[in-house]
Design a protein around this ligand. Structure first.
Ligand SMILES: [Zn+2]
Length: 337
């Protein structure tokens, strides 16, 4: 008898009286093209804007710094267009190390971050890593992706809209320029204020830029209709796919180990799918996304989702198509030999 997994809602452990820090970043990139960029810092942060909200989501404070760039002092033409800043204005800014230290001192301990999409948290940490400041923010991080919360609240869960679309949709006043860190943070906070608390509590996001390193740090999160597992690191993809926990399939509703109807199979280089069946809750779709760290190690993000019979059929067809393609390829290789 396989053990069942203890299911606990992802956000159930949070302290509901903590402040929210809604932030936004603007960044520049190499003005001379990809070939000449600094590989460890493709995007250099030039602005940090943030607003603090109390537990009742009332705005209580704001934070803003312009950062004097040290890697790409010249602006990429797209940055100049979008952010509307000049090199001279940036020269008057403070160094990143100072801005980011001020930011965390201002934010305080035990806060929950919220951003429009997940990219800002990644770039913040990448910049911090470049300046050897990553210890200021311990990951993996639970945070609120307001872009996702907007989609869950008002659209089809999968859509990802621009910030301005969200403001228009909710008929909020547009009295500030978009694409400036403080005003975008402010707009994001205004949308965040409109989202139902039940949705906020049920759908936090997990940033894995600082991925789990040990078995103890692995993440098991439960959401409404799906579960998410983030594994520790492995040296190779194959090692990851041999791990029992990685390939296991537990029902996302009751936690019981399920029998696979279609075993894990790969689609492209990074994704794997399977179909399993819970005797009580029916078909579930499993997806593994293989992730590579900056250091070339591997970890997986696995989701198990309630699935309809039609979806299960679609996965079955995908696997059959893939098997046919592989056979055809093998035949060609044999012929060419
Ligand atoms: Zn079940």
């Amino acid at each position: 008898m396989k053990a069942s997994l203890l299911l606990q809602p992802a956000a159930s452990c949070y302290n509901r009286s903590m402040d929210y820090i809604v932030f936004d970043l603007e960044w520049n990139q190499c003005p001379y093209g990809k070939e000449r960029e600094v590989r460890t810092l493709p995007f250099e942060i030039i602005e940090i804007g943030a607003v603090k909200l109390n537990k009742d989501r009332e705005i209580t404070d704001k934070f803003y710094r312009v950062i004097c760039p040290s890697v790409y002092p010249k602006l990429h033409f797209r940055t100049r267009e979008i952010v509307g800043k000049t090199e001279e204005e940036l020269q008057k800014g403070v160094p990143f190390t100072e801005a980011v230290s001020d930011f965390f001192a201002w934010a305080g301990q035990d806060v929950m971050f919220a951003t429009w999409g997940g990219v800002d948290l990644i770039e913040l940490q990448r910049n911090m890593k470049y300046y050897q400041l990553l210890h200021l923010l311990k990951g993996p991080l639970h945070f609120y992706d307001v872009q996702k919360l907007f989609a869950i609240s008002y659209e089809d869960m999968k859509s990802r809209r621009a910030l301005e679309y969200g403001i228009d949709f909710l008929k909020l006043e547009k009295n500030m320029e978009f694409h400036q860190a403080l005003s975008d943070a402010w707009y994001t906070a205004e949308i965040f204020q409109k989202i139902d608390l039940d949705i906020i509590y049920a759908y936090d996001s997990i940033d894995v830029y600082q991925n789990p390193k040990t078995k103890q740090e692995e993440i098991h999160a439960v959401y409404n209709g799906y579960t998410k597992f983030v594994s520790r690191e492995f040296l190779t993809k194959e090692d990851a796919l041999e791990d029992k926990e990685v390939i296991s399939t537990h029902c996302c509703l009751c936690g019981k180990a399920m029998k696979k109807k279609i075993r894990w199979f790969s689609v492209g280089a990074k994704n794997y799918y399977c179909i399993a069946n819970c005797t009580e809750h029916g078909y579930m779709k499993g997806k593994i996304r293989m992730k590579k760290t900056d250091e070339g190690r591997f970890f997986v993000v696995k989701t198990i989702k309630v699935s309809s019979e039609a979806e299960a059929d679609l996965i079955r067809q995908r696997k059959e198509q893939q098997t046919l393609r592989r056979r055809a390829k093998m035949r060609k290789i044999k012929k060419d030999c």
